[in-house]
Every structure is written in C-alpha cells, then in structure tokens.
Design a protein around this ligand. Structure first.
Ligand code: GDP
Ligand code: MN
Length: 391
C-alpha cells in the first residue's frame, strides 16, 4: 500500500526526522487559511505548492510550484487542485489531483537521494544513498550506478554506526550536517522496520543554506500482509489512487490485477492463472487481467469475477479455466450459467473445466441454453479464446 507525501512526512515527523512541513487541503475554500497557517506556524514567506498523488515525477509534470508570494501560492493552488497531472509514472491518462500540500519553501544548498528497500538477491534490507538527488534515480542507476552507495543491513543489528558513517561520508557531509544525517539515517531504518515498510524513499534529502538536513519529499510503500498490525497506517489508504476494479475485487477476496490485453481470464489458483496468461501469449493473444478466484470458488465468486472482468471495456472474450480440486466443476458450471444469464453477457466465453465432476459440468453446460464455447484441453481453450477475441 502506498501513501501520500504529506502522510509520509507525518510519520517522519513522528520519528523526529526534520521535514519540509506544510498544510494539506482538498478544497479551494481552504486555500487562504492554509497559506496563512504555513506563514504563521512555519514562518514561511515563500511557499511550494505540491500535488498529492501516488506517483513520482510531479515536479517535471507541473505538479510542484515554487511560489514567491502569498498571491502566487494561491494562484498555484488554484491551478494544481483539480488538474490532471501526467508524470512518467502515471501513464498518459494522468491522475486527477484531489489534494495539495502547501509547504514552506526552503533554501536548498544540496540535494541527495536516500532510500531503504529489500534487496531480494541478498535477502537483506539495503540502505542506498546518492549525491544525485532530486532527479530520477532510475536514470542514475542506468548511467552511473557507481553514484549509488549501498549498505546491506543485518537483521537484529539495525543500521550500525559505522554503516551510517559510511553513507554520510559517501554524501561528502562533514561536521554538524554529518551528525544530523547519521541520526536521520538510523531513525529512518527504525521507521522502516517498525512500520513494516517495503520502501521508504527520500528524494531529495536536502541540506539547506542554513546547514540543516531536511526531508523535502517522501515516498513510502507498505507490506500489505503486515497492515493488520498497523491500523493507523491502514487508515491512510486512499482508494482514489487505486484501480477501482482491483479495489472491488479485493472486497470479494479475488486476486485481480488489471492488464492491457483483450482476453479476460477467470482461473483458480495463482499457478494456473500464470500458466493461463503464458499460453494466451503463446498462441498470439494477450491477457486483459490476472484473476485468481481462489480455492473455494462458488456461484458468487464466479459472478463477481465476471462482473469485474467485464468492467474492463478492452475485454473481447473471456476464458474460464478452472481445475476442480477442492472446488467441484458442476458448481462452477452452475455459477457460470447463472452469471451469464444475470449479467447479460455480450462477449464470447470459452470454458475449460477439469478435475472433480468435470463430466457432469460439461453436461450441465451442454444442456443449458447459454452460449458457451466448450474446450477440451488447455491448448484448445487458449486457441479458441484468442480466436474469439479477434472477433
Ligand atoms: P517529485 O517531483 O514528485 O519528486 O516532487 P519533489 O517533492 O521531490 O519536488 C520536486 C523538486 O522541486 C525538488 O527536487 C526540488 O528541486 C523542488 N523543490 C521542492 N520543494 C522545494 C523548496 O522548498 N525549495 C526549493 N528551492 N525547491 C524545492
Ligand atoms: Mn521527489
């Protein structure tokens, strides 16, 4: 689960990490009060108006505006709130900006990059820093990977003093700033562990003209499987930032991920779902989604699965590929018939049922009056559905 910059900054603040502070609003009516509060509470005379969306690259996309006066801050709020912001991470359709942060403007002497995530190849958390802050770190990783310095963290020890020193040294920091940065890095790792983050990224971490080290931006991602331990963080979820079909699927315990092909897939078991996507590709088609309806598929699951698959207008045909292990194929067949009747299906549906009561299921489907293309084998099903999707 991702959260917004303003929420991540609240968490940083709670750990005693200095941030570029501000006030976040959702409504134009709140603009004047917000700017005045930033002036009063943080002593700011200049402001940065920042779009709050779950995507990076806002600056380049026009979603971060430096404002030298109260009036220009108000003007920038008016322009950014409600805009459709396109960045390299949003895709061409962009993202509607529903919240803006009015932040105190700081004088930047230097911009750094700092992040923690799991290095799967090592099986350890890795703390990364770079002097090339503020810009796209992917670009730095590609063109000058030596400019990213890493420290792998042994579980139980946390970020050790010598490691914090190495990181700070890599950034060329000395004196008071070095001491501040070391403290920040240790707290940042503590936050990452205690809150079960999968990524914390501060880009940029800055040194101000006054010599203070401050987090100017923050992107956090959390391990969904640990969210039940952190109800306050779970509350920070912003459904507006997520794919509506995926949110809907989650309500019914369906594992759904939207893709950009034309063949809708309803499959039970993640392994079979992956294999189904592979074979669709292999015979020249392209899957519209990953959908694992789980082990206990029933009439309701099939119906909900259908509804979610069909909410995607790119879907030109649907493949139902169910293996009856725990679940019985005859039940699935009845679910399919009910769903097709109820949902007024307008795309061809190819069905392959294998396993427990598969024969019975085939009979049920054959004797029903719904138009279903029956398939015998995995390959047969893939060929038929890809053909059907072509129209
Ligand atoms: P991102 O583009 O989504 O990563 O948004 P950031 O919050 O990182 O802001 C983008 C850039 O705006 C930063 O790298 C800074 O260069 C600039 N910026 C943001 N806040 C300030 C500020 O207070 N003062 C100055 N001088 N620049 C800022
Ligand atoms: Mn940034």
């Amino acid at each position: 689960m991702k959260i917004h910059e303003y929420q991540a900054k609240e968490l940083l603040k709670g750990y005693g990490i200095p941030i570029q502070d501000g006030v976040t609003i959702e409504n134009l009516d709140q603009a004047e009060a917000a700017v005045d509060r930033v002036h009063k509470e943080f002593g700011a005379d200049q402001y940065v108006v920042k779009a709050q969306i779950h995507a990076g690259g806002r600056g380049k996309g026009g979603g971060v505006k430096f404002s030298t006066t109260r009036e220009s801050a108000l003007e920038n709020i008016q322009n950014i709130l409600g805009m459709t912001l396109v960045t390299h991470q949003t895709g061409a359709e962009g993202r509607l900006v529903k919240k803006v942060m009015v932040a105190e403007a700081l004088d930047i002497k230097q911009e750094f990059y700092a992040a923690i995530t799991l290095d799967r190849s090592k099986g350890l958390d890795v703390f990364m820093v770079s002097t090339e802050g503020g810009m796209e770190i992917e670009e730095v990783a590609k063109t000058s990977p030596e400019k990213i310095v890493r420290e792998a963290i042994i579980p139980g020890f946390g970020l050790r003093n010598f490691q914090a020193r190495n990181l700070v040294l890599a950034l060329g920091l000395e004196g008071a700033a070095a001491k501040q940065a070391r403290g920040i890095f240790k707290k940042l790792y503590q936050l990452y562990r205690e809150l079960d983050c999968s990524i914390v990224e501060i880009n940029p971490l800055i040194i101000t003209d006054q010599g203070d080290v401050v987090a100017l931006d923050a992107k956090f991602n959390f391990d969904d499987n640990a969210l039940y331990l952190h109800s306050d963080i779970a509350k920070m979820r912003d459904l507006d930032e997520e794919d509506p079909a995926e949110v809907e699927a989650e309500k019914f315990n369906l594992n759904y991920i939207k893709l950009d092909g034309s063949v809708g897939c309803m499959v039970n078991g993640a392994g079979l779902a992956m294999a189904t996507m592979d074979i669709i590709n292999q015979v020249g088609g392209s899957p519209a989604n990953f959908l694992d309806v789980g082990g206990g598929a029933n009439v309701e699951t099939v119906k909900n699965g259908f509804r979610i698959i069909l909410s995607d207008e790119n879907v030109k045909a649907v493949l139902i590929n169910i293996f009856g292990g725990i679940v019985r194929c005859d039940r699935i067949a009845n679910g399919i018939i009910e769903a097709v009747k109820e949902l007024d299906l307008n795309v061809p549906v190819v069905v392959r049922l294998e396993g427990t009561n598969a024969e019975m299921a085939k009979e049920i489907l054959a004797n029903s009056d719904v138009a279903i293309i029956s398939a015998d084998s995995f390959a047969d099903a893939a060929n038929k559905v890809v053909e059907a999707a072509k129209g």
